[in-house]
Design a binder for this molecule. Structure first.
Ligand code: BES
Ligand code: ZN
Length: 628
């Protein structure tokens, strides 16, 4: 052990009660090969001074809607460096100290930038190994959503959750908020008695009567994977490595819907190598959660809109699980390379679905994804933003949220399936498995991926390489001709039925008996632009689509209802918009409302009434939509 480590060990021994615990903590500070990559979305300067491990102590105060506490950072400072820089946004910094005896230091909190927040500069020397930041969150802390009981499923208790991706971690923890910087963490969280706390870490399975919870994430993770949820929750196992957390009233439905989780986990392991995170649990959040899912390590956060009752939306769980390899284990080094996270994940997601339910099922997902991609590319082209239709994009000076489009997801996945089609599946799978294991717990750039591809799978300049046109995928808005447009045998019949329906076949005579929610989605998309009021109404009469439990189907039906002014569906639309906060659903619905002169004012009204009940992520997108 060198001097620095001895020093760190002593300090941690002093800081934390219990030698045994302190020992684990020191051992958990892993040494990870570190390559500094420019990140336009972080003020930190990791080649000079960077974080290694966090011990977080937080009090959760529902009355004040405030987190208070301290972040104890183990740091590494280079010999030339005089300071360490953290990212913060909307935090109140009360005090900062160094070392074991808590010596206060003068720090500088710079003026806030509207996207990046405020840089926090703390003077340190190369012998410093601990800084402690005492701080509070504020009402502007955009990662946090504080829910009153009416926004939860049981209607009785309050709820708090965080959403850190892409750059919101800094609004609840002072942190080096770059996906290229990793740290392990431990945490102690105090919540009101009776409440449960969960993090992206080893989690409890029972309520603690005093409301004190201890967490440990032994692996180094980037800041965007920091997560906390607090509410009244129960747990149920769905295997020895998997389980669900949900409000008690939803627990049974959640356990049923997600019963295949562990099979998904095992299927992924046999395709791409061992699961690195011990357990995989899912927390079903209240409906205001702004995303479908968020891949917080060891504990995916999920929208309750996946609880369709028939396991038809579980591809979303396959997706978040897939991030345990692509994203959480091997991470995009900055947000310009976001496709490395999401494109790989969609590819792995479809492989999981294929392993569990067969190729015809996975092909349906690919076809729907392809439709999304073409729509997105058309929209980007129409608005002159073709540069964003490349896989590698430039987000400098912009909110990284601008890069969250189907291009990263679908074009990224289609690049990988195209490489697979060129090399054959066996070679590609072996390549992908070693890509994951050789880059485990590190962050990579597109350039590193390209080098790895040429060193391990494709020979540069070979016939295979020339077919691929890699640079066209990566750096242009185009998709090379080698790409095989996905095709689904199951949708052939759906296509026939959709055309027949448009040509007058009655709704009752449609052969829908074997349709999963994917055939319904295909059908509703196919008829959306041309179906008449009468046929739309007939569809509702026969299949009761305005009351569908499946949010994907309901939203498609609502969109057309708005276009056609099908008023008997409007109360349902309003109920949906005042309950669900998932951006992917809110955006097209509000867009449709604004597009129609008859519904525009009503749409603005609904938004004004519900705006404060949406998470900041959804609010930001919708504010922009309302002001366009
Ligand atoms: N990591 C993303 C969510 C995300 C991306 C949050 C960028 C913030 C910034 C997550 O894995 C995701 O992609 N969720 C999708 C579901 C998926 C099935 C495509 C969603 O929320 O809709
Ligand atoms: Zn994802």
């Amino acid at each position: 052990m060198n001097d620095k480590n001895i020093n760190r060990c002593l300090i941690i021994l002093l800081l934390i009660t219990g030698c045994q615990k302190a020992k684990t903590k020191v051992e958990n500070i892993q040494s990870v090969p570190f390559i500094a990559v420019d990140d336009p979305h972080s003020y930190s300067s990791p080649e000079e001074a960077r974080v290694k491990h966090l011990h977080l102590e937080l009090d959760v105060n529902f009355d004040k809607q405030e987190l208070t506490g301290k972040a104890i950072w183990s740091i590494d400072v280079s010999s030339e460096s005089k300071e360490i820089i953290f990212d913060t946004d909307a935090l109140v910094i009360d005090k900062i100290t160094k070392g074991a005896n808590d010596t206060p230091v003068a720090f500088v909190l710079k003026d806030a930038d509207s996207i990046l927040g405020s840089a926090l500069h703390i003077p340190v020397e190369s012998f410093d190994s601990i800084v402690t930041i005492y701080y509070r969150t504020t009402s502007e802390s955009n990662a946090l959503q504080w829910l009153d009981p009416t926004q939860t499923g049981d209607g009785k208790h309050r709820f708090l959750f965080t959403q850190s991706q892409a750059i919101l971690a800094r609004s609840w923890i002072p942190v080096q908020d770059s996906p290229g910087i990793r740290f392990s963490y431990t945490a102690t969280v105090h919540v009101p008695a009776g409440y449960f706390a969960l993090m992206s870490a080893r989690n409890p399975q029972q309520t603690n009567s005093e409301g004190v919870y201890e967490f440990e994430q032994p692996h180094p993770i980037p800041a965007y994977l920091m997560a906390l949820a607090v509410g009244v929750l129960g747990f149920d196992a769905v295997g020895d490595r998997c389980g669900v957390y949900a409000e008690p009233g939803l627990l049974e439905a959640a356990r049923y819907e997600l019963a295949e989780m562990q099979q998904m986990l095992e299927a992924t392991e046999s395709l791409f190598g061992p699961y690195a995170w011990e357990r995989y649990d899912v927390l079903v959040l209240p409906p205001s959660f702004p995303f479908g899912g968020m891949e917080n390590p060891m504990l995916t956060f999920a929208t309750p809109t996946i609880l369709a009752g028939d396991r038809s939306l579980t591809a979303l769980i396959a997706h978040e699980l897939a991030h345990s390899w692509s994203g959480n284990l091997v991470t995009n080094a900055n947000w310009n390379d976001f496709w490395l996270n999401e494109g790989f994940t969609v590819y792995v997601e479809r492989r999981i679905m294929e392993a569990l339910y067969g190729k015809p099922y996975a092909d349906m997902l690919a076809v729907l994804g392809y439709q999304d991609l073409i729509n997105t590319i058309d929209e980007l082209t129409a608005s002159g933003d073709t540069a964003d239709a490349a896989l590698v994009i430039s987000l400098e000076g912009r909110n990284p949220d601008d890069g969250v489009t189907d291009v990263a997801y679908e074009k990224g996945a289609f690049l990988l399936s195209t490489i697979e089609s060129i090399t054959g599946r066996d070679r590609f799978d072996a390549f992908l498995s070693s890509y994951f294991s050789e880059h485990a717990f590190t962050s990579v750039t597109t350039q590193q991926f390209v080098e790895y591809l040429y060193n391990n799978l494709l020979e540069k300049g070979s016939a295979e390489d020339q077919k691929l046109h890699l640079n066209v995928w990566l750096y242009t808005s185009r998709i090379p001709d080698i790409f095989l447009v996905p095709f689904s045998t199951r949708f052939e019949q759906t296509e026939t039925e959709a055309l027949a329906f448009l040509n007058g076949k009655s709704a009752a005579n449609l052969k829908t008996k074997d349709w999963s929610s994917h055939e319904w989605q295909y059908f509703l998309r196919r008829i959306a632009d041309s179906v008449s009021y009468a046929k739309h109404q007939e569809l509702d009469r026969v299949y009761n689509l305005s009351k569908s439990n499946n949010a994907e189907i309901a939203v498609l039906f609502y969109k057309t209802s708005i276009r056609l002014g099908y008023k008997s569906c409007f109360p349902q639309i309003e109920i949906f918009l005042s309950k669900v906060g998932r951006r992917k659903f809110l955006t097209p619905l509000y867009q449709s409302l604004l597009n129609n002169k008859e519904t525009e004012e009503w749409g603005r009204h609904i938004y004004a009434r519900n705006r404060s009940r949406y998470h900041s992520v959804s609010r930001n997108t919708l504010d922009a939509l309302m002001n366009k």
